[in-house]
Design a protein around this ligand. Structure first.
Ligand code: NAD
Length: 337
C-alpha cells in the first residue's frame, strides 16, 4: 500500500517531533518540512535528510547558507495529501487559505482555536470521529493529558465533574526569548483557565473547571486533579483503569519531581528526552471515604505528549486504520513506547 504523503509546515518544538514520528511509521512518509530561516534547526533538518521548503523570498538565503531548499512551501503542499501545521499559535489560521488552495487535508495544533477545524482530537477519546475527516485540531499538551485520564474513568465509572489545577512550565527548554521568570504567575488570573473549555471541545458532556499558574521551570507541567464519579470506587480501581491505558505511565520508585521523570526518559534513551505518556504518581491516587471523589498528581511533558496524537490523527483522517485502539498500538510500537 502506498504511504500517505505528509508535509510538516513549521519545524519547531512540535514540528520536528511530528516529522520524526511520521518517519518512524510504515504507513506514512514525510515529503517535506518547512523552515522560514536557514538557522541551526534548518541545518539539522538538512543533515537528517528532510527536504526543506521555504517562503519564496527566502530561497536565496537558504542557497547562500549551503542548504539549498527543495522548493517553496506552496510547492511542498502540492506534493502532499495532508499537512500538519506546527506553526506558532495564530499563524496556523493564516495558513488555512493556502491549504484550501492546495486541496489537501490539514491538522492544526492546540495554539489554534476549535473553530479552525470544527473538530478537536484526542486519540483515546474520539479517534473514530476523525476517520476520513479533512480538517482536525490536535488539542494542546495539558488538554491531551486531561482527556487521556478523564475518558477511561468516564467510560468505566461515569464522571460527574473534574477540578484540576495546572502548574505550568514557563517556557520550553530552548526558548531564550521569554524565560526564565522569577515568579509564580497566575495564567490567567480568571478561573476557569482555557484548559477546561478546551477539554469540552473534545468531551462536551464533561463538567470541568481548571485553574493555571506558571512557575520558573522548563521541564514539564504538573496537574493536581480531582474527579467526582457516579459509581463507588477504590484507589485500586483507579490504578487498574490507568494501568489499562498504554499512554499513562506510573512513576514511582521514589520519584517526587519532574526532574527525575526527565532523567528516566534520558535513561530510557528516549529521543530528545521525550515522555509521550501522562506520568501519574500511583501513590498519590486517593479516593475519599464516600468512595466517589478521586485525587491524584500527574506530570505532562509539553514538548512530546501531543506527538503520538498527531500520528493517530493522520492515520484516522487518511483512513489508514478505522480502529483507534489499533492505531494507538501501532503508533506506540513504532515510536518505541
Ligand atoms: P515553535 O515556535 O517552537 O515552532 C514554530 C515553528 O514555526 C518555528 O520554527 C517557526 O520559525 C515556524 N514558523 C513561523 N511562522 C511560519 C510560517 N508562516 N510558515 C512556516 N513556518 C513558520 O512552536 P511550537 O512550540 O512547536 O508550537 C507549535 C504549535 O503547537 C502551537 O500551536 C502550540 O500552541 C502547539 N503546542 C505547543 C506545545 C509546546 O509546549 N511547545 C505543546 C503542545 C502544543
Amino acid at each position: 500500500m502506498a504511504k500517505a504523503k505528509i508535509a510538516v509546515n513549521g519545524y519547531g518544538t512540535i514540528g520536528k517531533r511530528v516529522a520524526d514520528a511520521v518517519r518512524a511509521q510504515d504507513d506514512m512518509e514525510v515529503i517535506g518540512i518547512s523552515k522560514t530561516k536557514p538557522n541551526y534547526e534548518a541545518a539539522v533538518a538538512h543533515q537528517l535528510g528532510y527536504d526543506i521548503y521555504v517562503p519564496a523570498e527566502n530561497l536565496g538565503a537558504f542557497e547562500k547558507a549551503g542548504m539549498p531548499a527543495a522548493g517553496t512551501i506552496e510547492e511542498m503542499l502540492e506534493k502532499a495529501e495532508l499537512v500538519v501545521d506546527c506553526t506558532p499559535g495564530g499563524v496556523g489560521e493564516k495558513n488555512k487559505p493556502i491549504y484550501e488552495k492546495a486541496g489537501i487535508k490539514a491538522i492544526w495544533q492546540g495554539g489554534e482555536s476549535h473553530p479552525i477545524a470544527g473538530f478537536s482530537f484526542n486519540a483515546t477519546s474520539n479517534y473514530e470521529e476523525a476517520v476520513g475527516r479533512d480538517l482536525t485540531r490536535v488539542v494542546s499538551c495539558n488538554t491531551t493529558g486531561l482527556c487521556r485520564v478523564i475518558t477511561p474513568i468516564d467510560r468505566k465509572l461515569g464522571v460527574n465533574n473534574v477540578r484540576a489545577t495546572i502548574i505550568r512550565r514557563a517556557v520550553d527548554p530552548n526558548d531564550i526569548k521569554k524565560g526564565p521568570v522569577n515568579a509564580i504567575v497566575l495564567h490567567p488570573v480568571k478561573i476557569p483557565s482555557h484548559h477546561g473549555p478546551d477539554v469540552q471541545s473534545v468531551l462536551s458532556h464533561i463538567n470541568i473547571t481548571t485553574a493555571a499558574l506558571v512557575v520558573p521551570t522548563t521541564l514539564m507541567h504538573v496537574h493536581t486533579a480531582n474527579m467526582e464519579v457516579n459509581t463507588d470506587c477504590t484507589a485500586e480501581d483507579i490504578k487498574k483503569i490507568f494501568s489499562s491505558q498504554s499512554r499513562i505511565r506510573f512513576v514511582g520508585n521514589g520519584i517526587t519531581s519532574t526532574a527525575e521523570i526527565i532523567e528516566v526518559a534520558r535513561d530510557l534513551g528516549r529521543p530528545r528526552n521525550d515522555m509521550w505518556e501522562n506520568c501519574v504518581w500511583p501513590e498519590s491516587i486517593t479516593v475519599t471515604e464516600n468512595m466517589n471523589e478521586i485525587y491524584f498528581f500527574m506530570a505532562i511533558h509539553q514538548e512530546s505528549i501531543t506527538i503520538p496524537e498527531n500520528v493517530d490523527a493522520i492515520r484516522a483522517m487518511m483512513e489508514l486504520e478505522s480502529d483507534g485502539t489499533k492505531s494507538i498500538e501501532k503508533t506506540n510500537k513504532a515510536l518505541g513506547m
